[in-house]
Design a protein around this ligand. Structure first.
Ligand SMILES: Cc1cc2nc3c(=O)[nH]c(=O)nc-3n(C[C@H](O)[C@H](O)[C@H](O)COP(=O)(O)OP(=O)(O)OC[C@H]3O[C@@H](n4cnc5c(N)ncnc54)[C@H](O)[C@@H]3O)c2cc1C
Ligand code: HEM
Length: 523
């Protein structure tokens, strides 16, 4: 007989169902729709000399306070905030904190006009839409004026909101040495990519389940210590059920499971989810081109994570007192799946910028050094390829990174008999900038993919396509869109710098493609 454990938590446990699952009275939650990411072009702003990131770090570390409030933390109403909306007196609120951003305006890499859109208002949504990874709290620490108090009453919306089923779960003790966590979801086609598990300090278990654009969290501080050996699986007879086998450090029956942590049973849209960080170790770095390297990181053994195709992780590291965070697409990932003799790894392909905030840190990393890496983020649904007859990949520079796993997935589909015509248009400056050229050319030959390298600054000996992306090129290099395309047979994936992605999108739309044909890889 299994012993079924109850959870201790600060709040009253409202309900216990017939199989012993403990769930709160609120099983269902209505949530607003996911915030759409912006399609705005990248704003190229030349910062004035001595106004780079490092200059800002120096300025903030040499000045005790930049808020104008002498370090006092004030309570600020929206009316007060609205008064500070000029370039010489500019406040902005992000995530409930009001900052005097006047001294930062000229250091803003997106330009003064862009950041002024957040002047005198609660700019949280605007900020998150453009660059959710930017660590404003650390960068603007010295500019903190106070906390924002909102006076607006919630206006009830008549719009129907999606109803999202909260996870249900229970723990069972098959023996005094082990523990199994059963998680019941509403998704009947769970994949291992939907599940992220982290065991922190052998005491806290954190499970993230990614379902339909939302991240569901189970976060429990366990009663006693467990080992880092655990097994995660999707139940073989019920694809909506997750089972996690845990091993106790001491051989004893537990009377309860422990206590819920504050984020337990939270449901957050992927776009708004604050990712979980863990320590990754650099185990290999191999040059790919003159300015781009492969980085192989090994993941800690207390982690279970399979980043889905087209998803990215964030890297985070302190640089001279400032925390720098940047997203990178996972190009390859291997998980040891409980086999402790092999390592779980994540491979990234990263282009270096001589004065880049993150890439200059990465360049200095030695084998064996560690960096903080996050749980994954993204919106690409790889199963769109399953129904696809023509797959068009349009990449510029490091925009190739999501395409590498997409190509591998397309190959796996072709190998099981699917007929997919693959076209890759890869834009670079020069031939020496082309990433993974040999591999691309080999698989193109083997699987009859059509690959075009297009160079904007070709070497004299280059005989291939030249120039920038334009409508004429798309019409010439790609098969025409069938008159009655039913919109599921053709998929165009676009990734590159924002102006490239925006231009490519416009050009496809001018050529009769619609939103349903396109997937844009954006932050
Ligand atoms: C979803 C996503 C996935 C990504 N995946 C990858 C990937 O797989 N591989 C990869 O290499 N990159 C990827 N990137 C880009 C990556 O996140 C970083 O932006 C990139 O590595 C540069 O970061 P950095 O901190 O080193 O440079 P930054 O400090 O941001 O600077 C980059 C360069 O631009 C210059 N610069 C910045 N702002 C200005 C300005 N206003 N005026 C003039 N010059 C300026 C800097 O001086 C530097 O030379 C991805 C980005 C996103 C959004
Ligand atoms: C609230 C209004 C703001 C708007 C509308 C805005 C807009 C932008 C835009 C359009 C870019 C260029 C993005 C790109 O090229 O991909 C950018 C970059 C940047 N902004 Fe802002 N910004 C705002 C506030 C801030 C604040 C308050 C900070 C500082 C804490 C900040 C820090 C940065 C940084 C560091 C970058 C470079 C990001 C990168 O390349 O990864 N921004 N911003």
């Amino acid at each position: 007989m299994y012993s079924i454990l109850k959870c201790i938590c600060g709040t009253k446990i409202e309900e216990q169902n017939q199989i012993g699952t403990i769930s709160s009275a609120m099983n269902y939650l209505s949530l607003p729709g996911q915030t759409a990411s912006t399609n705005k072009p990248r704003v190229q702003v030349a910062l004035a000399p001595k106004h780079g990131l490092m200059d800002w770090i120096r300025k903030t570390s040499n000045t005790p306070n930049l808020s104008g409030a002498n370090g006092k933390i004030l309570t600020i109403t929206e009316e007060e905030l609205a008064k500070h909306n000029t370039k010489t007196d500019c406040w902005s609120a992000i995530s409930g904190h009001v900052y005097n951003i006047t001294p930062y305006l000229d250091y803003h890499p997106g330009g003064v006009d862009e950041i002024m859109k957040g002047a005198g208002i609660d700019a949280t949504a605007l900020f998150q839409e453009v660059h959710s990874w930017v660590n404003f709290a650390s960068m603007l620490e010295k500019c903190l004026v106070g906390r924002l108090v909102t006076s607006k009453k919630e206006i009830p919306s008549n719009k129907s909101k999606p109803v999202i089923n909260r996870l249900r779960f229970e723990f069972r003790q098959p023996t005094s040495k082990s523990l199994t966590c059963f998680i019941y979801t509403s998704c009947f086609s769970l994949a291992r990519e939907s599940i992220f598990v982290n065991i922190e300090n052998s005491k806290k278990i954190l499970v993230l389940v990614y379902i339909d654009g939302f991240v569901h969290t189970i976060a429990i501080e366990l009663l006693e210590f467990i080992t880092n050996n655990f097994d995660v699986r999707i139940s073989s007879n019920n694809r909506s059920q997750i089972e996690i086998d845990l091993n106790k450090q001491t051989d004893q029956m537990w009377k309860s499971i422990g206590k819920f942590l504050p984020n337990h049973l939270s449901i957050v849209a992927i776009h708004d989810f604050e990712p979980i960080y863990f320590t990754a170790t650099l185990i290999q770095r191999t040059p790919e081109t003159h300015d781009t390297d492969w980085y192989t990181f090994s993941l800690p053994s207390h982690l279970f994570m399979f980043p889905p195709v087209g998803y990215h992780v964030r890297l985070r590291q302190a640089n001279e007192g400032l925390i720098v965070v940047k997203p990178y697409t996972v190009v390859r990932s291997l998980n040891n799946e409980g086999n402790s003799s092999s390592e779980s790894i994540v491979e990234l392909l990263i282009k270096h910028y001589p004065d880049g905030g993150m890439t200059s840190i990465l360049r200095k990393l030695l084998i064996g050094d560690t960096i903080e890496m996050s749980s994954y983020e993204g919106t690409f649904d790889v199963h769109r390829i399953d129904a696809c007859e023509t797959l068009i990949l349009v990449a510029a520079g490091t925009g190739l990174t999501p395409m590498m796993r997409i190509l591998n997935y397309a190959i796996s589909q072709i190998n099981i008999g699917k007929n997919i015509n693959v076209f890759l248009l890869f834009f670079n400056k020069t031939a020496k900038d082309i990433l993974c050229r040999e591999k691309l050319d080999t698989i193109s030959k083997q699987y009859k993919f059509t690959t075009h390298h297009i160079l904007s600054q070709p070497e004299p000996e280059w005989t291939g396509e030249t120039g920038y992306i334009k409508g004429e090129l798309l019409r010439r290099l790609l098969p025409p869109l069938p008159q009655k395309d039913n919109e599921t047979h053709r998929l165009v994936c676009i990734c590159g710098p924002k102006p490239f992605t925006t231009l490519a999108t416009d050009l496809f739309k001018e050529n009769k493609y619609n939103e349903n044909h396109l997937h844009l890889f954006l932050a």
